[in-house]
Design a binder for this molecule. Structure first.
Ligand SMILES: Cc1cc2nc3c(=O)[nH]c(=O)nc-3n(C[C@H](O)[C@H](O)[C@H](O)COP(=O)(O)OP(=O)(O)OC[C@H]3O[C@@H](n4cnc5c(N)ncnc54)[C@H](O)[C@@H]3O)c2cc1C
Length: 446
């Protein structure tokens, strides 16, 4: 970890796959700062289990496109979907070149798994810890770059902006509580989802949508923020804290959902929102707090090889997946909405980009198809880096000074309160969106 300077060419907020891949694809002569709120590994990217989609070949294009659109209730941006699918081989190729190890068939070709909503197996995976494998590899690659500074436990409290142009961020050192400005010609928000604002979530608790609230405050457009995906199967537990996900690929490989009498009650491979509704309906009918998931339909050797982390975690919670069913319950999982961005990651504010789960370019529509998220985050973060590089122009220092002049020092005197306020903004804005109100207008800070 290095010391933070006052000025960088590009500031990236977030060390998940989106932030890291953006840093990796920026020109080496540009100075880049990448910060995160807590530890480097405390990001949802690290938690991803199931895998990452890859277009197997042109023969699968129409089917993959249709699966993504159907899962998204046809509210997806077709151009974004096409771009993501067409770019998937490039992204998987980049990952392999960096050293990511995906499961392979005996002949060396990719082994593909399947998840709900997919009409064919097209998901590359690394056991049930694909996110850890990818994020660790990206992190190691970024750490080797002399032009990139990685800084943990630095929280973005605000953006520095004037006349719809961004000049950097207001940040806080979590340890010393010191608040300071960091200037950048370009700022990239890669701050992940918002599950932490709501609880009962598979997300890290720190991911509360800070940048969403900041964008709302500064009039940066956001879209579809009521589109929050609830995953049908997290491990039921009475303990507090983050919910442990039971990957959909478990069902893709044959696991079935059972009611209180151990009877099947739904098609487990429908898109997530459909299965989630079926689980909730069954819990209501049975008067239970969970339904059962039976992994014993999967051959034992396959369970051991493909799902070691799930086996281990269930064991820690007192369940032997080889011998018994496990209790599962839906949990808040993924944010389809977010800061409006185009296919180059540009937001409605100049010099401000948003990539990964925090942004909304419409690729997922109303409901994300399984294993499209890592891909989307990686691809559009790379495109944002390429866009910054192609149009690079230093920002105007006079305007930057004006933007600093507009900062309200009082606002940052109690950072914890400010962050709590942001969380409340997010919850309020989501509620407004659900009620059909114009949250872009209604939730500016005053
Ligand atoms: C349990 C689980 C399993 C999943 N499985 C899959 C899967 O199999 N396949 C798939 O495609 N997707 C999966 N997903 C979704 C996928 O992991 C995420 O959508 C994706 O990794 C998001 O990446 P990101 O870089 O946008 O955000 P993240 O990886 O969440 O990173 C967010 C970063 O932003 C930082 N940050 C946030 N706020 C601030 C702030 N105010 N100041 C400074 N830093 C800040 C955080 O510290 C963190 O570093 C899964 C998600 C979960 C939770």
């Amino acid at each position: 970890m290095q010391e933070i300077k006052l000025r960088y060419d590009v500031i990236i907020v977030g060390t998940g796959v989106a932030g890291l891949n953006c840093a990796l694809n920026l020109p080496r002569e540009k100075s880049v700062l990448v910060i995160c709120k807590r530890k480097l590994k405390e990001c949802d990217s690290y938690l991803a289990q199931g895998g990452i989609c890859r277009l197997r070949g042109d023969f699968d294009y129409d089917s993959y496109f249709e699966d993504t659109m159907r899962a998204g209730h046809y509210e997806n941006n077709p151009a974004a979907v096409e771009s993501m699918i067409r770019g998937s081989q490039e992204i998987i190729g980049d990952l392999v070149n960096l050293g990511v190890e995906f499961a392979r068939e005996e002949d060396g070709s990719f082994a593909y798994t399947k998840e709900g909503g997919h009409s064919a197996p097209r998901i590359c995976y690394h056991e049930d810890s694909t996110g850890k494998e990818i994020t660790t590899t990206l992190l190691n690659a970024v750490k080797k770059l002399p032009n990139v500074t990685l800084a943990e436990r630095i929280t973005m409290l605000d953006i520095i902006e004037c006349d719809n142009e961004c000049y950097g961020i207001v940040a806080m050192d979590n340890k010393s509580q010191e608040v300071f400005n960091i200037f950048g010609d370009y700022t990239v928000l890669a701050t992940g989802g918002i599950g932490g604002a709501f609880g009962n979530t598979t997300n890290f608790g720190i991911l509360k949508g800070d940048s969403l609230a900041i964008c709302l405050d500064h009039g940066v457009a956001v879209d579809r923020i009521d589109y929050i995906q609830v995953h049908p199967t997290s491990l039921y537990s009475r303990k507090r804290g983050r919910r442990f996900l039971i990957s959909e690929s478990v069902r893709g490989e044959g696991a079935v959902l059972l009611d209180k009498n151990f009877n099947r009650f739904t098609d487990e491979l429908k898109p997530r929102d459909v299965v989630k509704d079926a689980v909730f309906a069954q819990m209501k009918k049975d008067g239970t707090k969970f339904v059962w998931l039976d992994m014993r339909k999967i051959p034992a050797e396959k369970i051991a090889a493909h799902f070691p982390a799930i086996v281990q975690r269930c064991k820690e919670e007192g369940y032997d997946v080889f011998k018994e069913c496990i209790p599962v319950v839906p949990a808040i999982h993924y944010f389809m909405g977010g800061i409006r961005s185009d296919l180059r990651g540009r937001t409605t504010m100049n010099r401000l980009y948003a990539v990964g789960e925090t942004c909304c370019n419409g690729v997922h529509g109303k409901n994300r198809l399984a294993s499209n998220s890592l891909l989307e985050s990686l691809l559009f973060a790379k495109r944002a880096a390429q866009d910054i590089a192609a149009g690079y122009a230093p920002s105007d220092r006079q305007k930057e000074a004006q933007a600093v002049g507009r900062l309200d020092g009082e606002k940052y005197k109690k950072p914890a309160k400010l962050l709590e306020k942001y969380k409340k903004h997010v919850i309020k804005a989501v509620k407004a969106a659900r009620e059909g109100k114009d949250y872009n207008e209604n939730y500016k800070e005053n």
